[in-house]
Design a protein around this ligand. Structure first.
Ligand code: SF4
Length: 178
């Protein structure tokens, strides 16, 4: 990849359980430096985001997230690559970037979801254009309510507010039936 000048990235996922082992390997400066020198241009540090009931204990603590942010800032100042932590950096830019505020997610089945970690969808590109799908009721409502998309104690704000999200989708289904 380096010979072909292809850019590549390195994703890593963290939970409090692996924060001592995997975390220390993936955030080891020499390891990260070698990857950056080999041509890795984008490092994505994903905190564990629970979308399964009962797994909330795997979310990083505020202190652990702070530690991760400090490390990535240090890497960014020393190495020629982009370092993003999610949701840590989202917090710095005003909250969740899902639903087209920064990105959206297209599944292999054609569903458009707000984000890869938010398994909610009310539209599919098999039955509409991508442009129309991005204007679905769910995505529009989420974009119109940034106050609901603030990130607090870790984990996904949409998953925490799934009752509200599901109510938007239920309203949409009722409107389609009318
Ligand atoms: S939907 Fe959840 S996991 Fe995805 S960007 Fe927003 S807060 Fe983060």
């Amino acid at each position: 990849m380096r010979r072909r000048r292809d850019a590549f990235s390195s994703p890593g996922s963290h939970t409090p359980k692996n924060i001592r082992s995997t975390f220390s390997s993936l955030t080891d400066y020499q390891f990260v430096r070698r990857l950056a020198e080999a041509g890795c241009k984008f490092f994505l540090y994903l905190e564990y985001t629970p979308i399964i009931e009962g797994t909330g204990r795997l979310v990083l603590t505020r202190e652990q997230r702070k530690q991760l942010m400090e490390l990535t800032r240090k890497f960014h100042s020393r190495l020629s690559a982009l370092f993003i932590t999610v949701p840590g950096h989202e917090e710095e830019v005003g909250g969740c970037l899902a639903a087209g505020r920064g990105f959206a997610h297209l599944t292999a089945e054609g569903d458009i979801e707000p984000c890869p970690f938010a398994p909610f969808s009310d539209t599919n590109v098999r039955s509409s254009s991508l442009k129309d799908a991005l204007q679905s009721k769910l995505l529009n409502e989420l974009r119109q309510h940034p106050e609901q998309l603030q990130i607090s104690e870790g984990g996904c704000c949409l998953w925490k507010k799934r009752t509200w999200v599901e109510s938007i989708m239920a309203e949409d289904r009722q409107e389609v039936r009318k």
